[in-house]
Write a protein that binds this ligand. Structure first.
Ligand code: SF4
Ligand code: MSK
Length: 616
């Protein structure tokens, strides 16, 4: 079984009948995958190589420069973290840029939507808030820009972490300084002949990841809330059934809300709706894939078509008139598949072009006009749809999203106390963050869903982001009625508050919201995050961003279970450090467990042990 989503399986069959290759087919053709790569023991960092270490050799082997397996594995992991942190943080930087332009009246269609949050974040940066919102926003954008290249001091949001956590980071010398600085330093350290001690590379990996979680990602989240509004609980729908037979279907795919928010705004334009009707459609329907879906779901209630592995099959429905993409997690295969249908792939970012795509470059200065141009292109494409080839195989499922920190505190009556009381009383045993991607190496969505179900059955409140949230939404776990599937304690709390047992907190950068909640709970209890009955899981992760996330989550003191194996097994030292030694250094470690039920059991045991530690 390739997916637990029946509609996806039907479309995989349709693709096969039509001779179209999908990610699962390409994975099969790649097998057996390179053993050196899987173990992380190949190095191409200089032209004396490439070098690879034979894990079965009698003698300890070395690269031409003398690098051991430990050094090579650590360097490769360090570079994965740097790439992931760069992706999140560059997204954050773009949001800062948009805020600056909006504050100067130069970003068409954008404005500060959440003034309360603007003032609260500006205060954290020591900015005078008794002024016009645009003046505050301008100073805030300029101050936050400094966080990227700063040369002394630490990034501002580190102040949100509990005192004990900051002490640990300080003691280890891993307080993150400028975001760009940590990423650049990782690239420097992993150049041939620089940092030649695996543990030192890993430590800097943690620092780099912290500059993502408490830096670039947190900036992306907080400033997006200022610009587009802080999410509040919202009802919507999910799965490929959100596509409409009779409407112009536009899917936005990628990550940054800057583009997708404008597409949503432009889709309400009456002239464009009239044009769509003139072309024979009932209207314009917007839905999303991957994290840009989560962004506009959280703030606008826009339906979600699917997660990472749904992107190719969405086109196989034959009903997508345009797929509009920006950055990250967008398969290069899309343009090839789109050739078999009428679908237009419209790329928009100067950073992310695709051979065969129609490129309409997006600039905030003309955001709304460009969004309208994109929608017009999709409308013009609608009459080319071949009705014979259309197959939308499912009815959408309902979900609730929008659980920002502010929304959760709101649902609790304005303070965290009811949540803390429920945890202390054991009604809620603990909190688990289940996040991350899909990966065709494992059955699509299966591990997200099975692990989450097991956790809620055991009275563990689950908070989710990214593709994991979409997977669980598709099986109906993101509605208040799903409380029936939870243990008695969690069920009672959910029923009292009218919330689902699985809370959708947003996109991948919004894992920073989870850090904020964890820090707030630890601060309220006067303990460190590592003392809390909390855990993380990335059951189907695949991206370098997920590596950075995993690293900053454990560096923040949260035990994390990975469901796919990271390329570190070529070094017993590095693997041991991450899955054992780290506990004594930063108070948390990774576990790797591909069976989702066993993974859930590791989390349940961990949460029980932490409860005991707190005397609960
Ligand atoms: Fe080989 Fe060392 Fe060059 Fe890597 S850095 S390719 S191990 S010589
Ligand atoms: S989109 S990073 S596949 S979660 Fe954030 Fe999904 Fe992973 Fe991309």
């Amino acid at each position: 079984m390739k997916s637990i989503d029946k509609s996806v399986n039907k479309l995989i069959d349709k693709a096969e009948n039509e001779g179209i290759e999908l990610a699962w087919d390409r994975l099969e053709k790649q097998e057996p995958q390179c053993g050196f790569g899987l173990l992380g023991i190949c190095c191409r960092n200089c032209n004396m190589g490439p070098c690879r270490i034979n894990p079965f050799g009698d003698e300890p082997q070395k690269g031409v420069c003398g690098a051991t397996a430990d050094i090579i594995v650590a360097r490769n992991l360090g570079r994965m973290i740097a790439a992931g942190a760069a992706a999140h943080s560059d997204h954050g930087r773009d949001i800062v840029h948009t805020l600056l332009l909006a504050s100067e009246g130069k970003a068409q269609g954008y404005e500060v939507k959440d003034e309360v949050k603007l003032k609260s974040i500006a205060s954290e940066f020591g900015i005078d808030t008794n002024r016009d919102k645009n003046d505050i926003a301008k100073d805030l954008a300029k101050a936050v820009m400094q966080e990227f290249g700063m040369e002394k001091g630490e990034i501002q949001f580190i102040e949100r972490a509990p005192a004990k956590r900051k002490e640990i980071w300080k003691g280890l010398g891993i307080l993150p300084r400028g975001i760009d600085r940590e990423i650049v330093e990782m690239m420097h350290r992993t150049h041939i002949g620089v940092d030649n001690e695996h543990a030192n590379i890993i430590l800097h990996g943690l620092r780099t990841s912290l500059s993502d979680g408490w830096g670039g990602s947190m900036i992306a989240t907080e400033l997006s809330d200022i610009l587009f509004g802080t999410p509040q609980p919202v009802k919507s729908q999910v799965n490929l059934g959100v596509l409409k037979e009779d409407a112009v279907n536009i899917i936005v795919h990628g990550h940054e809300p800057t583009l997708s928010e404008m597409i949503v705004l432009a889709s309400k334009d009456s002239d464009l709706i009239d044009l769509a009707k003139k072309k024979g459609a009932s209207g314009i329907s917007i839905s999303g894939i991957c994290c840009t879906a989560n962004e506009i779901l959280m703030r606008q209630g826009i339906p979600v078509a699917g997660n990472f592995l749904d992107q190719e099959v969405a086109i196989i429905t034959g009903a997508v008139d345009a797929m509009v993409v920006d950055v990250q997690c967008i398969m290069p295969s899309l343009t090839e598949i789109a050739k078999c249908y009428h679908t237009e792939i419209i790329s928009t970012s100067p950073k992310a072009k695709f051979s065969g795509a129609h490129h309409i470059e997006f600039h905030e200065e003309k955001g709304l006009d460009i969004a309208k141009e994109i929608i017009k292109k999709a409308i013009d494409n609608f009459p080319k749809r071949n009705k014979e080839k259309v197959s939308i195989p499912d009815k959408p499922v309902e979900l609730y999203a929008g659980f920002s920190v502010e929304a959760i505190v709101g649902a609790l009556g304005g303070k965290l106390d009811p949540l803390l009381d429920a945890i202390k009383a054991g009604q809620i045993k603990g909190i688990a963050a289940v996040v991350g991607c899909n990966n065709p190496k494992v059955t699509h969505d299966l591990c997200h869903v099975e692990l989450t179900k097991k956790l809620i059955e055991n009275d563990i409140l689950v908070v989710e982001t990214g593709c994991s949230a979409i997977a669980n939404a598709k099986v109906g776990l993101l509605v208040p009625e799903a409380a029936d599937k939870a243990g008695d304690g969690l069920k009672a709390v959910c029923e009292a508050l009218g919330i689902p047992p699985v809370l959708h907190m947003g996109s991948c950068v919004d894992i920073s919201r989870i850090l904020v909640v964890a820090a707030a709970i630890a601060n309220a209890l006067g303990v460190d995050i590592s003392d809390l009955p909390v855990a993380g899981a990335a059951p189907e992760w695949m991206s370098e961003k997920a590596v950075s996330i995993g690293a900053y989550v454990i560096a923040s003191g949260v035990f994390t279970v990975l469901g796919t194996v990271p390329p570190v097994l070529g070094s017993a030292e590095v693997a041991g450090l991450l899955t054992s030694g780290a506990e004594g250094i930063i108070g948390a470690k990774f576990a790797v467990e591909m069976d989702p039920i066993k993974g859930a059991n590791l989390i349940i045991d961990h949460i029980e042990a932490k409860r005991k530690g707190l005397g609960l």
